[in-house]
Design a protein around this ligand. Structure first.
Ligand SMILES: *[C@@H]1O[C@H](CO)[C@@H](O)[C@H](O)[C@H]1NC(C)=O
Ligand SMILES: *[C@@H]1O[C@H](CO)[C@@H](O)[C@H](O)[C@H]1NC(C)=O
Ligand SMILES: *[C@@H]1O[C@H](CO)[C@@H](O)[C@H](O)[C@H]1NC(C)=O
Ligand SMILES: *[C@@H]1O[C@H](CO)[C@@H](O)[C@H](O)[C@H]1NC(C)=O
Ligand SMILES: *[C@@H]1O[C@H](CO)[C@@H](O)[C@H](O)[C@H]1NC(C)=O
Length: 465
């Protein structure tokens, strides 16, 4: 064979293998190209840059952990900074305390993304986040949500612990017998969504309608998208369009679920009782479920259905790539050998399931182990991993600030070393979280943010939305 022929054969083989290799992505792109959604038909103009400043209010028992995991992975892929809680707060921003910038770890400033549990506080969030931040949250149908709360916090929440036989029916017959509005964990027992959003969960009956109208309007003003857990994939389609992200950015695996054995269906009559006990949440849900469907209609049902199909197909591909076929078997937390993957369990009675990664996950040709691990990593562990990497990045950026030699922290440690110097330099109790020193050179953006963070708003209209 002449050299030329050998060369041609070589080219042909390379082309075929290249096509095989990228075939999945190629067909994906072609299909996405033909989605037919009006807002996607802009391929002649350059694609809009992805929006990277996002605040996701993580509500309780609403599939929000799955959403948080998706945002964590997006942030890591794009080198974004996620605001994380100071260690004293654990993996939540000292919930149920109202959110404050003081609760943010100084190594995670200035942030692009915030998603850990908190009780929402609009003014403090504005002080923390860039002014073009898009606010998103998620709600769940009150009946199944309350059943879930009741079972999850059965051993935790005083209002539930008082109920004889741990019976949901008994509680709902006379909730005031067991519920104490001023107990510190009472937010799990009534209008939890309203509480998480910063509202008042205990409005007197006569005031519910008026308060609810005002609260819905306020929520609508602040949040660009309120997702609905029952229509999670459809909500993701709206989110993707809102943020100009790729379909690949929306892939997820469901996290933090109970085994089907510890779920129960509600007997007739219960949903109505739950709605009346959680009247504020019920109104909130109804309003935003309607809103969601109106927006889906506006986008075009065919386009939405198609995008949901594409998402699910890509999800299957990802799971195949990661775990060689289907997802690793769901196991109860106690059985999961890999500590990094063990979800937190509220009590022995509730079986929260997670995934254990088989040791042979990294098959030749399989996807990167790290991606697959992160996909199923529970929130407590992922929060620690992020804090560690963001702290390392911070110390690389501001070496003067770090008195300690840079030693990688062992993964398993649950408490990171304190940064004495930082705390000493922090001003006494005041509005500034005192994250960014003024002595070290900083990128201009950081300087702006430091200035913004360091001063109380000068007027109510400091940042018009
Ligand atoms: C993220 O940072 C790493 C290391 O600094 C760099 O190699 C990579 O290109 C960055 N990625 C993006 C998406 O900016
Ligand atoms: C609790 O359970 C016991 C035994 O199953 C039953 O006798 C009792 O009536 C129950 N109490 C209530 C308040 O339902
Ligand atoms: C949400 O709204 C849609 C459209 O109005 C309706 O069909 C659906 O039943 C609602 N879902 C729930 C759980 O209320
Ligand atoms: C992992 O190894 C087990 C036993 O060695 C085997 O049965 C299984 O198919 C392997 N899984 C993958 C994804 O290769
Ligand atoms: C947002 O902040 C930037 C600088 O931090 C400023 O230039 C811009 O005018 C602000 N935009 C609004 C809408 O306030």
């Amino acid at each position: 064979m002449s050299q030329k022929k050998i060369f041609l054969v070589f080219v042909a083989v390379s082309t075929v293998s290249l096509l095989l290799h990228h075939g999945g992505h190629f067909s994906w792109t072609m299909e996405a190209f033909h989605l037919g959604c009006s807002s996607l038909r802009t391929h002649s103009s350059p694609p809009k840059p992805k929006h990277t400043n996002v605040a996701f209010l993580k509500t309780h028992k609403t599939a929000s952990t799955t959403m948080q995991n998706l945002l964590f992975r997006f942030a890591e892929r794009n080198n974004l900074t996620v605001a994380l809680p100071v260690q004293a707060c654990g993996h939540q921003f000292c919930y149920p305390r109202s959110f404050s910038t003081h609760l943010v770890h100084p190594h995670t400033l200035p942030p692009n993304v915030i998603t850990n549990h908190m009780r929402f506080n609009r003014a403090e969030m504005r002080r923390l986040m860039p002014n073009d931040t898009i606010y998103v949250t998620i709600l769940r149908e009150p009946g199944s949500m309350f059943e879930s709360l009741f079972s999850y916090y059965n051993q935790y929440c005083q209002s539930f612990k008082r109920v004889p036989n741990g019976s949901l029916e008994v509680f709902l017959d006379e909730p005031w017998r067991y519920y104490r509005p001023d107990e510190k964990d009472s937010m799990y027992a009534r209008n939890t969504l309203t509480f998480d959003l910063g509202g008042d969960k205990d409005r007197p009956e006569a005031d519910v309608a008026a308060y609810s109208r005002a609260f819905v309007a306020e929520t609508e003003r602040v949040f660009s998208l309120v997702m609905i857990a029952e229509y999670f994939d459809e909500s993701l389609v709206l989110l993707r369009h809102l943020l100009s992200w790729e379909l690949e950015d929306m892939l997820y695996v469901k996290l933090n679920m109970r085994t089907s054995g510890s779920k129960r269906s509600l007997s007739p009559g219960l949903p109505a009782k739950i709605r009346s006990w959680n009247a504020l949440d019920a109104r909130l849900y109804d309003h935003f479920n309607d809103t969601l469907w109106r927006r889906l209609d506006a986008l075009g049902p065919a386009c939405v259905a198609r995008e949901v199909r594409l998402l699910r197909r890509a999800q299957e591909r990802l799971v195949r790539g990661c775990f060689g076929g289907r997802l690793p078997q769901l196991r109860s937390a106690a059985q999961i050998k890999n500590k990094d993957l063990r979800p937190w369990q509220p009590s022995a009675k509730v079986d929260i399931v997670g995934y254990d990664l088989p040791t042979n996950t990294t098959r030749p040709g399989g996807l990167a182990h790290d991606l697959c691990l992160k996909l199923i990593m529970p929130e407590v562990q992922y929060t620690k991993v992020l804090l560690r990497s963001e702290s390392q990045r911070y110390r690389r950026r501001y070496p003067l600030r770090s008195p300690q030699p840079q030693q990688p922290l062992p993964f398993k440690r649950s408490v990171l070393p304190r940064h004495q110097q930082l705390h000493e330099e922090a001003p006494p109790p005041g509005p500034a979280p005192a994250s960014v020193p003024t002595a070290t050179p900083q990128p201009p953006e950081t300087q702006n943010r430091a200035t913004r963070l360091g001063h109380r708003p000068s007027g109510p209209n400091r940042q018009t939305p």
